[in-house]
Design a binder for this molecule. Structure first.
Ligand SMILES: [Zn+2]
Length: 354
């Protein structure tokens, strides 16, 4: 008697129920399916063995024959025979094992954009996309926008798949079905379309790349299927004064030499308008001051960012004779001062040359 142990091939016992055998078979078929193991000879062989075993154990009549006589009962039996090597075409009882079916069993469905479900229920209408360009302030503060879309309102059946959304093709010894490329798995093409203005509420804090989903505003559903959705992709124009980094704002502000040296007060722009900024004495080039809570409201957390003011000291390219005189006097004062700001540097140079 040939000693093929179909029970161990399927990882079940002789006492296992039909249901347990089926479950175990599906699990293994999914694991070793050629679609998931491209070019892996071992998996391919294993997949064949699993199917060979299930062809017998999945059929109650054949299973009892096998229990009585072993696998030799089936060898050389013509169609349906499966000795050792090849798989005779057509003898494959379980045929048409679709990887997506198996996946749906194990992963809870939802793969392949709902194509598989097209036979059981009417498909959802197509989702639409819209690129919305916003002014900086609109993105930061939120806005009510009107967008013009064109959406399908009726359908004609797809000829390529006869409305099923799927096409069958044979791959090796079994037949596989996949979503129809012509209609994208929907089984139909839009026949009539309509123009519609959709109101889009843009929440404060959106940024480049934010996607808003407006439910039901895509193409109408096929048959009794639900409508598609409208996806609005946001892009935001640059601002002449502000740069954005997440919820923080950066603004470069010029200040004069006297303000940098002795401090002062300057006007700066904020999102709420002009604001006065007090500057302490001794500002260094490029120094940044932080204004808490003057940034952007974060879209999700509602945290409000800060405004970073970068102070650029502006050096005049020309001077009046009076300014020149003042600067010369200023230089003289620096030179004789005990706390010369260059003393550290002067000492290092001295050490270097000594
Ligand atoms: Zn089609």
């Amino acid at each position: 008697m040939s000693s093929k142990d179909f029970y161990s091939t399927l990882g079940v016992s002789k006492n296992s129920s039909d249901d347990e055998i089926k479950k175990s078979y599906k699990k293994l078929a999914f694991k070793y399916h050629p679609d998931r193991n491209k070019g892996d000879k071992k998996s391919e062989e294993k997949f064949k063995e699993i199917n060979e075993a299930y062809q017998i154990l999945g059929d109650s009549e054949k299973r009892s024959q096998y229990d009585a006589y072993g696998s030799s009962a089936f060898e050389g039996a013509g169609a349906g025979g499966f000795p050792g090597g090849g798989f005779p075409g057509g003898g494959f009882a379980g045929g048409g094992i679709d990887i997506e079916d198996l996946m749906n069993d194990f992963l809870g469905g939802g793969r392949g954009r709902g194509r598989r479900s097209s036979r059981e229920r009417s498909p959802k209408g197509r989702d639409l996309k819209y690129d919305l360009h916003l002014e900086f302030e609109q993105a930061v503060k939120g806005a009510q926008m009107n967008v013009q879309i064109r959406k399908a309102k009726s359908y004609k059946t797809c000829n390529a798949c006869a409305g099923s959304g799927e096409v069958n093709y044979s791959q090796g010894f079994f037949s596989v079905s996949r979503g129809c490329d012509s209609c994208g798995g929907i089984g139909a093409f839009p026949q009539e379309t309509e123009h519609k203005t959709v109101k889009v509420k843009v929440p404060p804090g959106v940024d480049n790349g934010t996607q808003l989903r407006i439910r039901n505003e895509g193409d109408i559903g096929v048959g009794s299927g639900p409508n598609g959705d409208l996806y609005v992709n946001i892009s935001v124009k640059d601002h002449p004064l502000f740069q954005r980094e997440d919820e923080n704002l950066i603004c470069e502000v010029p200040i004069s030499i006297p303000n940098a040296v002795i401090g002062g007060s300057i006007d700066i722009p904020t999102l709420e308008g002009k604001s006065e900024l007090k500057i302490p004495p001794g500002i260094q080039p490029g120094q940044i001051m932080r204004l808490k809570g003057k940034g952007i409201k974060d879209l999700r957390s509602s945290r409000i960012g800060d405004l970073y003011v970068k102070l650029n000291i502006v050096i005049p390219k020309t001077t009046s004779s009076k300014q020149k005189k003042i600067m010369q006097d200023f230089q003289k004062e620096i030179d004789k001062e005990a706390s010369n700001p260059f003393s550290d540097y002067i000492n290092k140079v001295k050490d270097f040359f000594s």
